[in-house]
Design a protein around this ligand. Structure first.
Ligand code: ATP
Length: 313
């Protein structure tokens, strides 16, 4: 048995009639890893998460979950919890009653303390005795996460868990997921929020129309041969522009989406050219006060993918 991998998927295919939702997808998620799925609408993220939750089986390929091959029958694999689309809740029951009922359906006798603990972890203690009918999207998401936590999963699968979360809710969810991963639980989540993925995930898989276009650590994405736009703030913007103009591999991009700021010059280039530019500025006695990508490497990769598609590439 493979104890180091929570998920091993090789050449997974899943079709809906003529639509190929997943086309020979490989995915490896190690124990204790938070793995993000990114991709434009319809890329296949929810379909893949559904396979991990046992809501459907692949049409082809091999899928091992927590060391066990997935068979043809639909069933939630042992040790897996989570939800796609939205968590299933009983609107006429309170948050606390929902958790007790869901545990009861699984044949578990969960103690009140266990329920209080997960409600506290997701920040819903104050509304524990309110009916979920009036819950906002973010509160439902957090209650769904609490329900999953009650099962003490070894693999947690979440479809856009950040949807509808306010900053406090987001902090609770981040803290819960980080703690779970530190304790050895693997997490696979999809998101359209690049900042969440960057804050949480060790690795990401980018899907586009059912195919994997990148899979691996975020820093590998940053190191890829892709030019990025950087905000360059210096003590002398005119000198910075002259230096950028004279540095091979660097272009000045005006109006590149950075907020208007006369001290900032936006430059485009690869990391080695950028190093040259900074060295040149320092030699000329110009202080570099800020140098940061206008959009993160993950967002840049995502935008490049979308642009390529829009241009028919
Ligand atoms: N039950 C279904 N019946 C028919 N087609 C489906 C079904 N589920 C998904 N699809 C199709 O499969 C493809 C992948 O859909 P999926 O929902 O997995 O994408 P996604 O990446 O989760 O998208 P989004 O970001 O919009 O949630 C899409 O073309 C979708 O229309």
């Amino acid at each position: 048995m493979d104890t180091l991998h929570a998920v091993r998927a090789g050449g997974i295919t899943r079709c809906f009639g003529e639509v190929v939702a997943l086309d020979s997808v490989d995915l490896d998620v190690t124990q204790g890893q938070i793995h993000g799925l990114v991709g434009p609408n319809g890329a296949g993220k929810t379909t893949l998460l559904g396979l991990l939750l046992g809501l459907a089986v692949p049409d082809g390929g091999r899928l091992d979950i927590l060391g066990t091959p997935v068979e043809r029958a639909l069933a939630v694999p042992d040790g897996v919890a989570g939800f796609v689309d939205a968590p299933g809740l009983y609107p006429s029951l309170t948050a606390r009653q929902n958790l007790a009922t869901l545990a009861g359906l699984r044949g578990e006798d969960v103690r009140t303390a266990g329920i209080d603990d997960v409600l506290d972890q997701v920040g819903l203690t104050d509304v524990a005795d309110d009916r979920t009918r009036g819950f906002s999207l973010g509160m439902r998401q957090r209650l769904g996460l609490a329900a999953a936590l009650l099962t003490r999963p070894r693999l947690l699968v979440l479809d856009e868990p950040a949807n509808g979360l306010d900053p406090a809710g987001k902090r609770h969810v981040h803290r819960v997921l980080t703690r779970l991963a530190a304790d050895g639980t693997s997490v696979v989540l999809s998101s359209h929020h690049m900042d969440d993925l960057e804050a949480l995930c060790a690795e990401v898989t980018i899907l586009d129309t059912g195919r994997v276009v990148f899979s691996g650590p975020l820093n590998k994405l940053a190191a890829e041969n892709r030019e990025l736009d950087y905000r360059l703030r210096t003590s002398d913007p005119d000198a910075a522009r002259r230096q950028a103009d004279g540095t091979a591999g660097i272009r000045i991009v005006d109006g590149a989406g950075a907020p208007q700021d006369s001290e900032v010059v936006v430059v485009r280039g690869l990391v080695p050219a950028l190093d040259e530019l900074v060295a040149g500025l320092v030699r000329s006695g110009v202080a570099v006060r800020e140098l940061a990508p206008v959009v993160s490497p993950l967002e840049a990769a995502f935008l490049a993918l979308t642009e390529q598609r829009e241009n028919g590439g």
